[in-house]
Design a protein. Sequence first.
Length: 270
Amino acid sequence: MKGVELGADEDGAVPTLRLVGIGQLAEIDEDAFTEGAFILSIGGAQQSHVDLGKPGHVFYEYLRRIANVLDIFKPAGEPIRVVHLGAGALTLARYVQAKRPGSEQVAVELERELLDFALEHLPLPDGTRCSMVIEDARAALDRFEPGSFDAVVLDVFASEDAPVHLTDQAFYRALTSLTAPGGVVLVNVGDDPPLTFARAQTRRLREAADDVAVLADAAMISGQMAGNIVLVGTDSEWPVEWSAALVAAGPHPGVVVTGSELDAFSSAQQ
């Protein structure tokens, strides 16, 4: 592979890949607490959790909240079209295949070597229809016609250090243009109190979508902790019944912020 060095740790048990371009080590470790599950880390930071035996199991809280939306926005079991901007180890693509067999998916990842490494050691389930696109997330959007997907999932940045071209208003307009009627845009945003970056990204999506909801741990919304929030953009008014279903689905304690509460959250200057 160009630009990488492959290897393993001293006892040969942990697959590793040296990303020469950024000088960081990617590795895949077994989950010590879940048999058949693995963790992809880059530079010592966990990036993806994959349960090969149970692809319907989603470990990370923010990804569980995204999965919950994908469960309810269309009838259960119905195949959907999804584009994943930021592939990681394709945890969510595995989930969609498990819950909605026959779905057509596209995964966009900037690092070909990293994607190849993940798929070599953590192969996708049989029958998964997922095309791979190696490109910058913004550039990749130009490949697709408007309305090409039922769900657009953005999971490429974690904080205000994100590239400007992936956080500006033009990018959010491009995201929402890709959804078919009844579709959703789902954005993972990591931030620390006072959530300045998360509030700004919420405003961006609100300007591009017809309606928006924010999903998160209750303590994060109140500004007491760092973590991840999930933004959900829709092309019509947010269905009230979704809020109760998503809170019940967890993780707990979780909240769904809409309406006037969302106005307060997105406009707060804390």
